[in-house]
Design a binder for this molecule. Structure first.
Ligand code: GAP
Length: 465
């Protein structure tokens, strides 16, 4: 793992963003639990996604499909046949790897690029020939564990948007073009894992199946690449860390006519953050064929039925989390404040965007051994709690508490000091500039709302010199 990835992994564990699943039992590879801060961060990303792609669009509706579906779904979708990776086994130590990753000399989990065709575990050079390994997790519906009751945990959310296409189109009286959106849990039995949360076996996908008239698909494809890219920029990712990657024809998924990935410059190299695929009419045709239901769309203007084409923008929520953490992470050697004595300490600043930072406000009494200050700070905390995600912190010096907030991206810190006891005002400290303003407690809710909406901090109160 790179130095930066190690630091981010350590911060995530130390501050309650992300932990290894089942850690008390030694952990499980490629499964991660999101802690108090990580789960808020994920929710904020999902909410921004819903706001941008469902709430403010006129033509996109949301659904919440099941993770288990009829087994024939996976026959029709082509996943049973094609959702595979080539697997090789080292004949010496019996470790298993993805043949394509091995050929590229890339072993993410090991954190070191080994020479091509050499086992990253034991250095062995003798491997079995590649076998296709299906990435879907098998399970059984009901108490009988036989072939007839076998199904799979979904590896993508897309399929329930296809199986519900006709239902939703008719029920909601939708006309082309329109989209069905979903955020949901997906499962893949990945062979190569590692690089923290980059490639995991359980994760949330946010995707849209956007149904269009055949012939208009290429225009809509371009539109959705732009929309997807803008979403990541709106979340605060730096433009220079994003790029497009066009999949070569021979590497396209079985359903795709064209795929563009949006890649992020992760510390371990440019890698897929999200994708946009032109799935053509593949899925609706296949589900019509396998279910014997007519899933064609009736075009009232043209008075004819046809299978719409589908443009699919997709992204994994955890990949967004990882990209945001990498993008936002800054280290300041010797400390941020000029007034405090320069130290050898390295201060961490997590410059997460206001919209997605998990904790917006920290409420702090200047010192914890003055009961009147503690009481006042707790009152302010209770006052703000129904409106913003806040934390109360009284442990250690005020400087140390500011730094603890900076490390997790707290947008503003409110301090109750001795003047608060006289005039019911508090100081508000801005995370990025470290400037402070003094404001009245009664106006706090309004002022914080303005700050979170992006108004200029220094205009909202009296500057503290
Ligand atoms: N319905 C299309 C589809 O599922 P995909 O490229 O296989 O496309 C969608 O996956 C997104 O899910 C990817 O762009 C990536 O962000 C995320 N993703 C895929 N595999 C993942 C894994 N093993 N762990 C975490 N995220 C993953």
């Amino acid at each position: 793992m790179t130095d930066l990835m190690e630091k981010i992994t350590s911060l995530c564990k130390r501050r309650g963003f992300i932990f290894q699943s089942s850690e008390i039992y030694g952990g499980v590879e490629a499964l991660w639990d999101y802690g108090p801060l990580g789960s808020l961060l994920k929710d904020n990303i999902k909410n921004e996604w819903l706001k941008k792609f469902v709430q403010t669009k006129n033509d996109v509706v949301l659904i919440d499909g099941t993770c288990l579906m009829h087994p024939n779904v996976w026959k029709a979708s082509g996943h049973l046949e094609h959702f595979t990776d080539p697997l090789v086994e080292c004949k010496n130590c019996h470790s298993r790897f993805r043949a394509d990753h091995m050929a590229a000399g890339r072993f993410i989990g090991e954190g070191k690029a080994k020479a091509k065709n050499q086992c990253p575990q034991c250095g062995g050079k003798d491997f079995t020939s590649p076998k296709q390994f299906n990435l879907m997790f098998k399970t059984f519906l009901g108490p009988i564990e036989d072939e007839a009751h076998m199904t799979y945990l979904r590896p993508e959310t897309a399929q329930s948007m296809f199986t519900n296409f006709k239902n939703i189109q008719e029920l909601m009286r939708l006309k082309l073009p329109f989209g069905i959106a979903q955020i949901g849990r997906c499962f893949r039995n990945e062979i190569t894992t590692g690089d923290f949360t980059f490639r995991t076996r359980e994760f949330d996908i946010a995707e849209i199946e956007y149904f269009v008239k055949p012939g208009e698909d290429e225009k809509w494809f371009e539109y959705w690449v732009g929309e997807w890219e803008n979403f990541f920029l709106d979340l605060g990712l730096k433009k220079e860390n994003l790029r497009r990657y066009e999949h070569p024809k021979e590497a396209l998924s079985h359903y795709s006519k064209r795929t563009v990935d949006i890649e992020y410059k992760f510390p371990f190299g440019w890698s897929e953050l999200a994708g946009i695929a032109n799935r053509t009419d593949y899925d609706l045709k296949r589900h019509s064929e396998y279910s014997r239901q007519d899933l064609r769309y009736y075009d009232e203007e043209e008075k004819k039925k046809y299978y719409p084409y589908v443009i699919e923008p997709t992204v994994g929520i955890e990949r967004i989390v990882l990209a945001l953490l990498c993008d936002a992470y800054e280290e300041i050697k010797g400390g941020r404040t000029k007034t405090t004595k320069p130290t050898k300490e390295v201060e961490i600043l997590l410059k997460l965007d206001k919209k997605i930072a998990p904790i917006k406000i920290a409420v702090l009494p200047l010192v914890k051994n003055k009961p009147e200050l503690v009481k006042k700070a707790k009152e302010v905390y209770q006052l703000l709690k129904p409106h913003f995600i806040c934390q109360y912190d009284e442990l250690g010096s005020i400087g140390r508490r500011y730094r603890r907030g900076d490390e997790i991206g707290v947008i503003c810190s409110i301090t109750c000091d001795f003047q608060t006891l006289k005039d019911d005002t508090v100081t508000l400290r801005d995370r990025d500039s470290m400037r402070q303003i003094r404001v009245e407690i009664v106006k706090l809710q309004e002022i914080i709302t303005k700050i979170l909406e992006g108004e200029e901090f220094l205009k909202l109160g009296k500057l503290v010199k």
